[in-house]
Design a protein around this ligand. Structure first.
Ligand code: HEM
Length: 279
């Protein structure tokens, strides 16, 4: 059969893939694309599933980057750490843009399949909870929905036992400004990070003379940037939720929008925000 159609094979594109590792092989695409299984016949359920699956994939990368960033910080290898944190902020930006797609689903569309979700909810996303725990927002009560999956529960519980990314940043701050082993605040292990005056004083000193403390200044701004994008995620989520279910209770059993609005008050790195008012 002859055709005038352009043949990329004529300039070297590999067209015979039998026996070679293809795109689909490398990415294990059959497995990936086999995982979107709507439980209803509703048109919009596939969008809902894909939105969650892609979010979980990006969360997987966020965790990969944040955990490596923490190790780099512990090793005082700051430049690669900054690069990883910058990437995490960009991933949040990507997740933030993604809400625009989900917002094309109206309340009427959502009600066509909501009942098949049962009590499942993003509230039970263990990757999301791990992200919060790594950053330092540690509410041990939120381990409970994972009690029935021992490996997941153990993973989350282990994270609560080690210093968060922010604890490590604080240690670096104190070691750089005050020298080693000088009254470094203890890591805040099993609870959400509470603002500490001595930490805020040190960060404020950095912002008062950024030339003298450029690396700490860069670290502080990377953390603020990350929290800024995370806050936008929370805000976009709650706004989308209000748009789709109003003030109905969530499938996970919380008050829904009222619960999520409370989460908007969370401060991951409170001292970094509070010092701004005193400069
Ligand atoms: C129409 C779409 C959505 C609705 C109506 C919705 C609704 C809710 C509600 C009501 C909650 C509070 C917990 C509960 O009682 O269920 C919640 C929590 C949550 N949702 Fe969504 N959600 C939607 C989309 C998404 C998407 C796409 C993600 C991405 C993974 C997501 C991730 C989460 C997470 C991580 C939480 C826990 C937040 C926290 O505890 O701070 N949600 N969602």
């Amino acid at each position: 059969m002859s055709s005038d159609a352009y043949d990329p094979g004529s300039e070297g594109a590999k067209m015979a893939m039998a026996g070679a590792m293809s795109y689909g092989d490398y990415l294990d695409l059959d497995t990936l694309l086999d995982q979107q299984n709507p439980l209803s016949g509703a048109h919009d359920e596939l969008l809902f599933i894909i939105q969650h699956h892609t979010s979980e994939l990006w969360m997987k990368l966020i965790l990969h980057e944040m955990q490596a960033a923490r190790e780099a910080l512990i090793a005082r290898d700051l430049p690669p750490m900054f690069k990883m944190l910058a990437r995490v902020s960009r991933i949040f930006e990507q997740l933030n843009n993604q809400w625009d797609i989900l917002r094309t689903m109206t309340p009427s569309d959502y009600t066509t399949f909501r009942e098949v979700l049962g009590p499942s909810s993003g509230f039970q996303s263990y990757q999301y909870r791990l992200i919060e725990y790594v950053l330092g927002n540690r509410n041990p009560n939120l381990l409970k929905p994972h009690a029935h999956v021992p490996e997941v529960h153990a993973k989350l519980a282990r994270e609560l036992e080690r210093p968060s990314l922010y604890d490590e940043a604080v240690r670096f701050l104190f070691e750089t400004l005050d020298g080693h082993d000088r009254d470094i605040p203890a890591p805040q292990l099993n609870h959400p990070h509470q603002a500490v005056e001595a930490i805020q004083e040190r960060w404020a000193a950095v912002y008062r003379d950024v030339r003298a403390h450029w690396t700490l200044y860069e670290l502080a701004e990377k953390l603020v940037d990350l929290e800024d994008y995370f806050r936008r995620w929370r805000f976009n989520h709650v706004t989308t939720v209000e748009r789709v279910i109003g003030f109905k209770r969530g499938t996970g059993g919380t008050s829904g929008v009222t619960y999520l609005r409370k989460m908007l008050d969370v401060e991951l790195f409170p001292e970094l925000w509070h010092l701004r008012g005193e400069l």
